[in-house]
Design a protein around this ligand. Structure first.
Ligand SMILES: *Cc1c(COP(=O)(O)O)cnc(C)c1O
Length: 370
């Protein structure tokens, strides 16, 4: 019998060095661990849409169940047409992913190889190091400034080995936002042979003045890859669908490393229906604005500081964050510790429905004032 140790040695050193992704704790797991009733658990850990999904998506899913025995359309024809129309890009400028995490990974697999460097910020989304390390490339971490991306630091970190730069805007888990002018000035200074992946997972949660104009910039920057998702404001996290927008020549390369059926048929129909429901996205935006105000006012009332957030979560500072997290779990409230993001004094809470936010604040208050 082989020992685990020798099995581990079968993987290259750069694979063994990867720290596993830590997601929000599933409700069922917490229920098992603490003997709680699932119905009493509030999950505010994974930035899921508390309104669920668009009723139009729900209807489309029910209709699509009849065809589940068939393989999906590997080119996502209908979804491609819908995204092309909605975002005013050519169909060949779009790459679809099994969630936008897949887009991030396809970018790494298409453009990075061992010895190359990818740049990302301290406290940036955990998937950037994951996909970089998985192809044997080297991650270059630029120290954050006020928890946000230091774009001048990014420029200074570019070397002849740099192939890819990951920018999250807004960023997770900090919720920080770069201004459009700062981003554009940055793109103008990045050498043409260095690709910039601009991850806009939370764009639908931005107010009109802040929403991205990056799609217009694709005309000027051939090295720009924009990543979008249906997991957040569209409420389809469980189905896994996202997309990248870029120059058609880059899309062609990313499609070569893509699994032919990476986006399942239910995800495709639900995404098409979701794009036709602007009202649902508007309601999700409004609910998030109200919930964010409720949450930040509540945190302030408890004397806690937080990082002002442009997304659907907020990271707040609390003494003994790990112990507070445990105490919250015992009360059936799941938030997200962010110690693995080098933020050991912070917890990240997703914006839920009014009652979920209120319950979280109430339980937190009790924990902090015994
Ligand atoms: C949640 C999130 C995503 C979305 O991931 P999916 O794979 O589309 O579910 C992408 N980027 C960031 C920064 C995120 O926080």
């Amino acid at each position: 019998m082989t020992s685990d140790l020798s099995l581990a040695s079968l993987a290259p050193a750069y694979i063994r060095a990867i720290a596993p992704y830590q997601g929000g704790k599933p409700i069922s797991e917490l229920a098992r661990e603490f003997g709680l009733d699932e119905a009493e658990i509030g999950k505010l850990a994974s930035k899921e849409n508390p309104l669920g999904m668009s009723p139009k998506a729900h209807e489309a899913l029910e209709a699509a169940l009849a065809d589940i025995a068939r393989y999906p359309d590997g080119n996502s024809f209908s979804l491609r047409a819908a995204v092309s129309e909605k975002f005013a890009v050519q169909p060949d400028q779009i790459v679809f992913g099994n969630g936008s995490n897949d887009i991030l990974e396809l970018a790494a697999r298409a453009f990075l190889t061992a010895g190359d460097e990818a740049i990302y910020s301290q406290h940036a989304f955990a998937v950037y190091p994951l996909v970089t390390q998985a192809v044997g490339a080297t991650g270059v971490v630029v120290p954050a400034v006020d928890f946000g991306h230091d774009l001048n630091g990014f420029l200074a970190a570019i070397t002849p080995k740099t192939k890819l730069i990951f920018v999250a805007n807004p960023n997770n888990p900090t919720g920080t936002l770069l201004s459009k002018s700062a981003l554009k000035a940055f793109l103008q200074q990045v050498p043409a042979h260095v690709l910039v992946v601009l991850d806009e997972a939370y764009d639908e949660y931005l107010s009109a003045e802040h929403t991205s104009e990056a799609i217009d910039w694709l005309q000027h920057f051939d090295n720009l890859i924009i990543s979008r998702t249906f997991s957040k404001a569209y409420g389809l996290a469980g189905l896994r669908v996202g997309f990248g927008l870029m120059h058609a020549a880059l899309a062609d390369l990313m499609n070569r490393v893509r699994q032919p059926f990476n986006v399942n048929s239910l995800a495709q129909v639900a995404a098409v229906a979701s794009l036709q429901d602007d009202d649902f996205v508007a309601r999700s935006y409004a609910a998030n604005q109200a919930g964010m105000a409720q949450m930040t006012q509540g945190l302030t009332r408890l004397g806690l500081s937080y990082i002002p957030s442009y997304a659907n979560f907020v990271s707040f500072k609390v003494p003994n964050a790990a112990a507070v997290n445990q105490a919250l779990l015992k009360q059936g409230v799941i938030v997200r510790p962010v110690a693995n993001y080098q933020m050991p004094d912070y917890l990240r809470v997703s914006i839920g429905l009014f009652n979920e936010n209120a319950r979280f604040l109430h339980v937190l208050e009790k924990i902090l004032q015994p």
